[in-house]
Structure formats: C-alpha cells, structure tokens
Write a protein that binds this ligand. Sequence first.
Ligand SMILES: CC(C)(COP(=O)(O)OP(=O)(O)OC[C@H]1O[C@@H](n2cnc3c(N)ncnc32)[C@H](O)[C@@H]1OP(=O)(O)O)[C@@H](O)C(=O)NCCC(=O)NCCS
Length: 170
Amino acid sequence: MKHEFEFDFKRIRLKPLEKEDIELLRLLRNQEKEYFATHQEIKKEDQDIWFESYLKKENDIMFKIVKKDKPKEFIGAIALYDIDWENKISEFGRVVVDKEKAPEKGIGTEATKAVCLFGFEVLKLNKIKGEILKSNGRIIKVDQRVGFSIVGEQDDMFNIEITRNSLCLD
Ligand SMILES: CC(C)(COP(=O)(O)OP(=O)(O)OC[C@H]1O[C@@H](n2cnc3c(N)ncnc32)[C@H](O)[C@@H]1OP(=O)(O)O)[C@@H](O)C(=O)NCCC(=O)NCCS
C-alpha cells in the first residue's frame, strides 16, 4: 500500500519502498532467488505490474532498508503483508539485504527486529508469522535470534511466529 511510515532501529532505517527502488530490488531479488520460496527470475515488466498492484493493497507494507548514515542508498527490503487488521496478525517476509552495500554483520537482524518492533508498537499487532525455506541457514539464524519460534513445517518450509514478549531487541 502507499504509506509514509518510517522507523529507525540501531544502524538502520525502514522507509517506504518507492517506484525508484524497484529495479534495484528486482536485481537483488533475482541475485538471491535461490533463498525464496518462488525461485523464478523476475522480469522488469512483472516487477512494474507487481508494484502497481502492491500500491493498491491495503494490507501490505513494504519497506526499503537504508543505513541511517547513508539514507539515500537502497540496501535491501522487508515487508509486513497479508495483514489481518481485525485479528492483528501479519505475515512477514520478502527480506533481502545487499551484502555488497551492507557487508557489516547484523544488518539483516536489525532490519528484522525493526519491522517486528514497528508491527507491535505502531500497528499494535498481536502476532507476526512467516515461512522460510528449511535450507536457508542464514535466515533461520537471523529469525531465531530475533525471537521467532518454529511452530510447524510443510515440505521444504518451516512456519515461524513471534509475539511482542518474545522479541529480542538487544
Ligand atoms: C538473510 C539475510 C537477510 C540476512 O542478512 P545479514 O545482514 O546477512 O544478516 P546478519 O548479519 O544479521 O546475520 C546473518 C547470520 O547468519 C550467519 N550465516 C551466514 N551463512 C550461514 C549459513 N549458511 N548457515 C547458517 N548461518 C549462516 C552469519 O554468520 C550471521 O550470523 P553471525 O552474526 O552469528 O555470524 C541476507 O543474507 C539475505 O538477503 N539473504 C538472501 C535473501 C534471503 O534469504 N531472504 C530470506 C527469504 S525468507
């Protein structure tokens, strides 16, 4: 959806994903496609269509990740989506960090903590859920460090969940 949320946490800032970011996001996402449930290459025209439909969804908040000390540079993205406003439950995902632009350790962890804290404090969510590939050791490590628990599995995916009380902000 079109939004104006911004959220700072430690070294990073979450900002609205804008049209000017989507080509960088597409290239990064294609580079890292093996780590996502849908492995296919995203074409430029598909990305444009996706962004237009994203803007119309009232339950989808997509952020770009920037560093506070370099706020104009896109270094990745993260999202809360399929937000159930009535029950205050959201999916989280589409996490990707460009390790060439952000080689520092802990950026993905900070972005994940930031989006969860935003979800609990600003949107007043009760629960945040996700699905991750069992083969993706990095995101399993990041999400467990943030406080997510594995609550189920299907085929090659784990189901994960977090509530405010389990969120680790250290
Ligand atoms: C997953 C991702 C967002 C994490 O970002 P990041 O900035 O590298 O994250 P962090 O530095 O906070 O933490 C990564 C941790 O995973 C560890 N790690 C790296 N490769 C690993 C592997 N194969 N198995 C287990 N842990 C691994 C790192 O050592 C680090 O832990 P440490 O701090 O104890 O050393 C980023 O790597 C990425 O964009 N990956 C591709 C896209 C992706 O997988 N998205 C998730 C789809 S559900």
